[in-house]
Design a protein around this ligand. Structure first.
Ligand code: HEC
Length: 174
């Protein structure tokens, strides 16, 4: 008698649990709703606190090689003095960041990408090896060759007057 009344209750509880589980599974797998933006293109003005700007314009003002190179110069300056003071971790960090900003230049100025890649393979990889082995003498020689490589590329690209030289006093190392 007792089992007859309990059985339907147990069955409905089990069915209820299965239904909840199925429902939560379907929530997890449901694709996120896609925002539909209509009437928007590269020339649509986007309002800022200063005026308006378009996607076209945002793409156009991404950092070119001049901006990338200012960062490159600073990083190679810090790299040298970090290595000189025996802070190889900081020197390697500067190399990693220099390669990252170089990638920005390769992306925004694809015409220069091959030269930048070539410079990386011809000079930066060797320089990195001297940092891995914490070899100051080898680093110094390779660093000077690298700077010749920098300036060689400036000449080759029509900027002979951009002659990078290492500042004679160290920066405030971070
Ligand atoms: C792929 C060729 C290439 C290589 C390699 C290269 N540069 Fe340059 N660099 C340029 C070009 C091109 C410019 C001129 C920027 C422009 O196009 O507006 C420049 C400009 C500069 C400037 C002047 C930036 C400014 O506007 O004041 C500095 C500083 C500089 N480079 C440093 C370096 C250093 C340091 C290295 C090496 C570690 C290096 N560059 C390697 C191509 C190169």
């Amino acid at each position: 008698m007792e089992s007859k009344t309990i059985a339907p209750i147990v069955i409905s509880i089990v069915a209820f649990i299965i239904a909840i589980a199925a429902l939560s599974a379907s929530y997890k797998t449901a694709p996120a709703p896609q925002a539909q933006i209509t009437g928007f293109d590269n020339k649509t003005p986007i309002t800022t606190t200063h005026g308006t700007i378009t996607l076209d314009r945002i793409a156009e003002i991404q950092p070119g090689l001049g901006t990338v190179m200012i960062e490159y110069g600073t990083r190679f300056y810090t790299m040298y003095y970090a290595a000189k003071s025996g802070n190889w971790d900081l020197a390697q960090y500067q190399m990693k960041e220099a390669l990252e900003i170089q990638e920005v230049g390769e992306y925004t100025r694809p015409g220069r990408a091959a030269s930048l890649k070539n410079f990386e393979a011809s000079f930066l990889e060797t320089l990195n090896t001297t940092m891995n082995s914490k070899d100051w003498n080898a680093f110094q020689t390779t660093y000077n060759n690298t700077i010749d490589g920098c300036n060689g590329c400036h000449v080759a690209n029509g900027f002979p007057y951009i002659k990078y030289t290492l500042p004679s006093s160290p920066p405030n190392l971070p």
